[in-house]
Write a protein that binds this ligand. Structure first.
Ligand code: SAM
Ligand code: SF4
Ligand code: SF4
Length: 336
C-alpha cells in the first residue's frame, strides 16, 4: 500500500474542474475579479479521467468534483460518466453552490452521480445575497429539491459559520435540513488562501456550534466515517436528521488525512494549505506513459509530510499565529 512519510494512505481525490465561479462568497472569493487560468491550461475530461484511473490504481476510493463552481464547466455530466466507469472507485460526489443544479441534475444523474453536497450558509435570501454577492437562494434550494426528486442520497448541505454573519442561522439550518431530509454539515471558517482576511474573531468553533444545537436537540456522537472523514457526525436522538461538524481549525485531523487534490490546471497538491503543486500536466501533455505518471504520483505521495492544521492549532494556542505569514494557493484553484 502506498503511504506518505507519516504513514497515511492515499484514499481520496478532490478534483477541481474549473477555477471560475458564478458566486463571490466573501469567505472564499472576496474579490470581484480574478486572473483566471487560461482555458488551454485547463485539463480536458480525457486527461482528468486518465489521471483519476491512475489514482484509483494507487488506492484512491473516493473522488469529489469541486472548483471554483464545478457546474460552470460545460457538460460536466460527460466527466461524471467517465469517472463512474472507473473500476475500483467506490464513491463519486459533487460539491456545488447549487445555482445550476436544477437544470443539470437530470444529465448528472443519468451519468451516474449518486450524491451531492450543496453549500447553503443561510436561509435568509437577503443575507444569502450578501454572503455570496451574486447568489439567489431560491435557485439553490430549487437545485437541492431537484436533486432529492432525482433520488440522490445523501444530499448534504454545507454551511461555513462566520461570527457576526451567520452564527444565528445554525438552528434554522438544522431545522430546515431535518424537515426536508437533507444532512447538514457545519464547517469552521478557515484561513484558506490569503484573500479572505481571516481572523480568529470570525471563527465559531465546533464546541460552540455543538452547544448551540445541543441546547435545542439531543444528540449522540457517531464519530468520523471510516475514522478518516473530516466531519465528526452526530445522530439526533429522536432519529430525525444527520449532522456533522468539520472542525479543521480547533480539532485538526491531519494525522488521518488521506486526501490529494488535483487543480484545474493539472497540479497535484498534497494539502489544502500547500504553497506549491506538483505539475502532472507537463507529463500528461509531454506524452509520458502511465507507468511514468504512476511513478511521479507515488514519489510525490511518499514524500508528503503536510500537517498544516495541526501546526496552526499549536500556534493559535500560543497566540503566535499570523495567517498571512505563509503564501497559500487560493481555495478556488485547489478545490475545497
Ligand atoms: N463552489 C462549490 C461550493 O461552494 O460548494 C465548490 C467549491 S467550494 C471552494 C468547496 C467548499 O469550500 C464549500 O463548501 C465552501 O463553503 C468551502 N469553503 C470555502 N471557503 C472556505 C473557508 N474560508 N472556510 C471554510 N470553508 C470554506
Ligand atoms: Fe464559489 Fe464555492 Fe467559493 Fe462560494 S465557496 S465563491 S460558490 S467556489
Ligand atoms: Fe490534510 Fe493539510 Fe488539512 Fe491537515 S491541513 S487535514 S494535511 S489538507
Amino acid at each position: 500500500m502506498l503511504v506518505d512519510a507519516r504513514l497515511r494512505p492515499i484514499k481520496d481525490l478532490r478534483i477541481s474542474v474549473t477555477d471560475r465561479c458564478n458566486f463571490r462568497c466573501t469567505y472564499c472569493m472576496p474579490l470581484d475579479e480574478y486572473v483566471w487560468i487560461d482555458k488551454k491550461e485547463i485539463l480536458t475530461f480525457e486527461e482528468i479521467a486518465r489521471l483519476a484511473a491512475l489514482f484509483v490504481g494507487l488506492g484512491v476510493e473516493k473522488i469529489r468534483l469541486t472548483g471554483g463552481e464545478p457546474l460552470v464547466r460545460q457538460n460536466l455530466d460527460r466527466l461524471v460518466a467517465r469517472l463512474s466507469a472507473i473500476d475500483g472507485l467506490n464513491d463519486l460526489c459533487l460539491t456545488t453552490n447549487g445555482a445550476l443544479l436544477a437544470e443539470r441534475i437530470e444529465a448528472l444523474k443519468a451519468a451516474g452521480l449518486k450524491r451531492v453536497n450543496i453549500s447553503v450558509d443561510t436561509l435568509d435570501a437577503d443575507k444569502f445575497k450578501q454572503i455570496t454577492k451574486r447568489g439567489d437562494l431560491g435557485k439553490v434550494l430549487e437545485g437541492a429539491f431537484a436533486a432529492k426528486k432525482h433520488g440522490l442520497d445523501p444530499i448534504k448541505l454545507n454551511a461555513v459559520i462566520e461570527r457576526g454573519v451567520n452564527d444565528d442561522d445554525i438552528i434554522p439550518l438544522v431545522e430546515f435540513s431535518r424537515q426536508n431530509g437533507f444532512a447538514i454539515r457545519f464547517i469552521e471558517y478557515m484561513d484558506v488562501g490569503n484573500a479572505n482576511d481571516w481572523t480568529t474573531k470570525k471563527l465559531v468553533s465546533k464546541k460552540e456550534i455543538l452547544e448551540t444545537i445541543s441546547a435545542r436537540f439531543a444528540l449522540k456522537e457517531r464519530g468520523r466515517n471510516h475514522d478518516t472523514a473530516p466531519s465528526v457526525d452526530y445522530d439526533f436522538v429522536d432519529g430525525i436528521g444527520d449532522l456533522g461538524i468539520i472542525a479543521s481549525v480547533t480539532e485538526p485531523f491531519c494525522s488521518s488525512c488521506t486526501r490529494a487534490r488535483l487543480t484545474a490546471d493539472g497540479k497535484v497538491v498534497t494539502c489544502l494549505f500547500s504553497q506549491i503543486g506538483h505539475d502532472v500536466k507537463a507529463l500528461l501533455r509531454g506524452g509520458a506513459s502511465d507507468e511514468a505518471i504512476v511513478e511521479f504520483l507515488s514519489a510525490m505521495w511518499r514524500g508528503r509530510t503536510d500537517r498544516y492544521s495541526e501546526e496552526r492549532w499549536q500556534a493559535l494556542r500560543t497566540a503566535n499565529y499570523d495567517p498571512k505569514s505563509r503564501k497559500k494557493i487560493e481555495m478556488i484553484s485547489l478545490g475545497g
